[in-house]
Design a protein around this ligand. Structure first.
Ligand SMILES: [Zn+2]
Length: 186
């Protein structure tokens, strides 16, 4: 019965989660996400919500547009994304899962499966260490991965220069001073 799932494979689940977490703070990005994954996150989350807000003057209703609501959902997923502790992750995800919960015996919906993926793989979701990375949130392919891709793992010219000085430059300077003509030892 996998056929009518929009997220039919683990790969699709990972792609969905990555797209959600990396969705930018603008209407166009939310629109694109909606076009691709609107049916994965079902229900009123895409519509305006009139939320009760307590102010000094009493309770007022504030309308929260759909794109704002999906970004709040994204932010909550981002928080859970970075948690390493399984229990902390569980507590962060329960409020997100609750509105989509189905009764016992029914199979998990796409959104349930995606959120459960986060619970079941607490170490798989990472944040790319490259500060200029446009898509910070990624799912690891191997255990010690710190960057989302090869491109992000390349040192910047400044970092490469600094690294050269740290590893080679100091010895080189020292040897010039001491008149040592031997090869640089590391
Ligand atoms: Zn990156």
């Amino acid at each position: 019965m996998e056929g009518h799932h929009a997220l039919a494979s683990v790969r699709a689940v990972r792609r969905f989660l990555t797209e959600l977490a990396n969705t930018a703070d603008d209407g166009l990005a939310v629109n694109n996400f909606h076009k691709q994954y609107g049916r994965v996150i079902p229900g009123p989350i895409w519509m305006i919500e009139h939320r009760e807000v307590l102010t000094p003057a009493g309770v007022v209703y504030r309308s929260i547009p759909g794109d704002r609501r999906i970004l709040e959902f994204r932010d909550a997923v981002r928080r859970a994304w970075e948690l390493r502790d399984g229990r902390a992750k569980l507590y962060a995800l329960i409020p997100l899962l609750a509105p989509f919960a189905h009764g016992p015996g029914s199979s998990k919906s796409d959104i349930e499966r995606a959120l459960w993926y986060l619970l079941d793989h607490p170490h798989a979701t990472r944040v790319c260490r490259n500060p200029t990375c446009p898509t910070h949130y990624f799912v690891v392919a191997r255990r010690n991965q710190r960057y989302c891709c090869e491109e992000c793992a390349k040192p910047t010219p400044r970092e490469a220069k600094r690294r050269w000085w740290r590893e080679v430059g100091r010895d080189w300077r020292h040897q010039r001073r001491s008149g040592n003509t031997h090869r640089v030892r590391r």
